[in-house]
Design a protein around this ligand. Structure first.
Ligand SMILES: [Zn+2]
Length: 299
């Protein structure tokens, strides 16, 4: 068996590679892809072939047994009641049978504070990967609590109300953002709605009504798939988008002369049409765009 340090390092590296692979595209991976994931020159299984809990044994292709569960998954049709609980934590149901069987290695992940991957299935049938920790469990009730970060999980139970609220808000964001990104980027077929750039790692799911606004929403209709440059330009009102999906570039920027990024990447986008998803339910909400456009126009 690996040393604990080696296993820790392997898990960190593997989790990072899985998330990065998902973000090369629209942020999701299929069960088939997770069943034969390329890692360190090997093809390895990183999701259980049928159930929710994957405990790689000695026959795992990397050749060593892991001390603790590597991944858990939540399917749309799963019988387990996985859900968000108060305080930004999520509940994951153990397999029936108390602390025995596959649950033993779940408890090990908690004891050793080892990170694991949580695959959450989306409507598309594919999975968004999250790095998570098991922070507490209730074997008698058959479930554990998971969080995206150990120190945030501790802070979320702090005596200080400010610290508690801050940690809970961050954890909520960490858990909602990847699923929002996946829904938006896949609706836009992994392209920037302004310039059509098609590299997942260079794309963000931008909010039309900002996340900090209480009327914000995690619906695709409050999202835009934008490349990093156009996302920032939209956030700081260099780019505006009106309710008819026309792109506007701020006037003082149009008067500037500079290299190809400014000329082609930004100025030439003025008065072009935004590319929006074909499905009506995915198109950006004109009312939300209008509010943001007023802010751009007043600039
Ligand atoms: Zn772009």
């Amino acid at each position: 068996m690996w040393t604990l340090e080696d296993e820790q390092a392997l898990r960190e590296d593997l989790i990072e590679k899985i998330i990065s692979k998902a973000n090369d595209g629209d942020g999701m991976l299929s069960r088939a892809e997770l069943g034969s994931f390329s890692y360190a020159g090997q093809t390895i299984r990183v999701i259980d072939s049928q159930g929710g809990i994957w405990n790689p044994g000695a026959s795992w292709s990397l050749g060593e047994e892991l001390r603790a569960t590597l991944s858990i998954n939540t399917t749309k049709s799963g019988k387990y009641e996985d859900q968000e609980v108060s305080g930004g934590l999520w509940r994951y149901d153990y397999q029936s049978g108390g602390t025995a069987g596959k649950n033993t290695k779940m408890r090990k992940a908690m004891e050793l504070q080892l990170p694991l991957i949580w695959f959450v299935q989306q409507d598309s049938g594919r999975y968004v990967p999250y790095k998570v920790f098991i922070i507490n469990d209730f074997p008698d009730q058959g479930y554990c609590l998971i969080a995206p970060d150990l120190s945030l999980a501790t802070a979320s139970r702090s005596e200080s109300l400010i610290e508690r609220r801050y940690a809970q808000r961050l954890m909520k964001q960490r858990l909602h953002q990847p699923a929002f990104r996946a829904r938006v980027i896949s609706a836009y077929e992994t392209r920037c709605a302004i310039c059509r750039l098609g590299h997942g790692q260079l794309l963000d799911a931008a909010h039309i009504t900002p996340d900090s606004d209480e009327t914000s929403s995690t619906s695709v209709t409050n999202g835009l798939s934008l490349c990093k440059i156009h996302h920032t330009a939209y956030d700081i009102n260099i780019v505006g988008i009106d309710a008819d999906y026309t792109v506007h570039i701020r006037r003082d920027i149009l008067r500037e002369t500079d290299g190809p990024m400014l000329e082609h990447g930004i100025k030439e986008m003025d008065k072009t049409k935004l590319w929006v998803p074909p499905a009506a339910a995915d198109k950006p909400d004109p009312a939300r765009l209008e509010v943001r456009f007023e802010e751009f126009s007043g600039h």
